[in-house]
Design a protein around this ligand. Structure first.
Ligand SMILES: CC(C)(COP(=O)(O)OP(=O)(O)OC[C@H]1O[C@@H](n2cnc3c(N)ncnc32)[C@H](O)[C@@H]1OP(=O)(O)O)[C@@H](O)C(=O)NCCC(=O)NCCS
Length: 375
């Protein structure tokens, strides 16, 4: 087998589309040409002026058999902006797995990229990053808050979670089909949730939340005022936010500005899952001055009320311990913990990152975490 590994060019697009259709199957429509262009060509942080795209491909003759892509971003570390990228869409066709292609592709990406970040990843990708000398950062936690469960929510969730475990999946099917486990679970859970909600007393909000269509100068102003409270973060300015949420194809985001005494002191980005996903409401991003916890608290309450009982669960993720406490106070529980990684060969930057490993700000707006997850 003679495999060539190289950086893709825009003219490889048709071959990459073919590869995506074969490799991702039922998920492929959600990784179609419009999303690909948005993510890798129209991305405002892409540094190449030529026709190179940040996708590394493995070719057997003319056929693409594997890829690793990089979603470009800026990262601000200790007050300095660095060009960086998120490792995304790591995929080798089944017939070519287990022969070291993953490592070779990852090494090719590392050789060309000054700073690589990864937040959500499969164990194999972590393994490749670790071999590339990755620093593991402090935890980013996903939280869930159940609202009201339908029996089919429970069943779909169990089927999704056991998709790759044959025996467990069989047990789930047996429990649901023969014993209506999902119905019983939903019934008992909803009794408990009604009881939980009866005890909740809301204080008067200090901010007013207004929905807007895009991010304007007031957001850049907020970012400039608050950036210093975050030692390590992918900047939340209008350049990033408009590309990430307003121009993103397929996914529809709702953007809210938090105003206190007329001034913008925070924003939230919310999304209702589409019908192919589990019935979630997603708090994709919450941002304010790190010390302004009252604003974060009001934005969490607003999001929970916004989704109401139309969703089975509200999902949110954060790397900030103070935000974790607010989420727990509002009925959220920790449903998943991630250990992000960074790879860089810049020794000075590496030392800064090691010193700040527990001070990064991450949410579901980072990486390509908030994409369609079939449920
Ligand atoms: C993950 C994937 C890209 C690895 O590609 P590959 O060409 O088989 O990788 P390599 O042969 O270079 O092996 C890479 C390392 O990952 C390990 N690995 C592979 N699959 C693994 C798995 N499912 N769990 C844990 N480790 C795994 C290998 O053992 C190897 O480690 P080693 O060098 O210490 O032996 C490939 O299996 C794949 O496309 N999987 C489906 C898509 C996927 O899961 N992508 C990751 C999304 S973040």
């Amino acid at each position: 087998m003679s495999i060539c590994i190289r950086r893709a060019r825009i003219e490889d697009r048709a071959a990459i589309e073919r590869f995506i259709r074969i490799a991702y199957q039922e998920l492929a429509p959600f990784k179609g040409p419009d999303r690909w262009c948005w993510q890798f060509v129209e991305n405002p942080f892409r540094s190449d002026g030529n026709d190179l795209v940040p996708v590394w491909i493995a070719l057997n003759g003319d056929e693409i058999v594997g890829q690793i892509a990089v979603q470009a971003t800026d990262a601000q570390v200790a007050g300095k902006i660095y060009s960086a990228g998120w490792i995304v869409d790591v995929m080798i066709l089944p017939a070519y797995r287990g022969r070291g292609l993953g490592h070779l592709l990852h090494q090719a990406v590392v050789n060309d990229s000054p700073l690589l970040l990864t937040l959500t990843m499969a164990p194999a990708t972590r393994h490749m990053a670790e071999r590339g000398g990755a620093i593991t950062l402090g935890p980013t936690r996903q939280f869930s808050r159940w609202t009201r469960l339908r029996a089919d929510d429970v069943q779909r969730y169990l089927v999704q979670r056991t998709a790759h475990r044959r025996r467990l999946r069989k047990a789930v099917r047996w429990a649901c089909e023969d014993f209506a486990f999902h119905r019983l679970f939903a019934l008992l859970a909803n009794r408990w949730l009604s009881f939980r909600d009866r005890g909740v007393r809301r204080t008067l909000p200090i901010v007013s939340m207004v929905e807007v269509k895009s991010f304007g100068p007031e957001i850049d102003n907020l970012w400039q005022r608050t950036a210093a409270s975050y030692p390590a973060i992918c900047p939340r300015n209008s350049r990033f936010l408009n590309w990430r949420f307003v121009n993103c194809p397929q996914l529809q985001y709702h953007v809210f500005l938090a105003r206190r005494d007329g001034a913008v002191v925070g924003y939230s980005v919310l999304r209702r899952a589409i019908s192919e996903e589990l019935r979630h409401g997603i708090i994709v991003d919450l941002f304010a001055d790190r010390l302004d916890l009252a604003v974060f608290s009001d934005m969490i309450v607003h999001a929970v009320e916004y989704f109401g009982h139309e969703v089975s669960s509200v999902e949110c993720a954060t790397s900030l311990p103070e935000l974790e406490s607010l989420l727990r106070k509002n009925g959220f529980f920790n449903s998943r913990t991630l250990a992000p990684t960074v790879v860089t060969s810049d020794e000075l930057l590496r030392n800064k990152i090691i010193n700040l490993r527990n001070d990064w700000f991450f949410s579901k707006a980072d990486h390509d975490w908030d994409q369609i997850h079939l449920g």
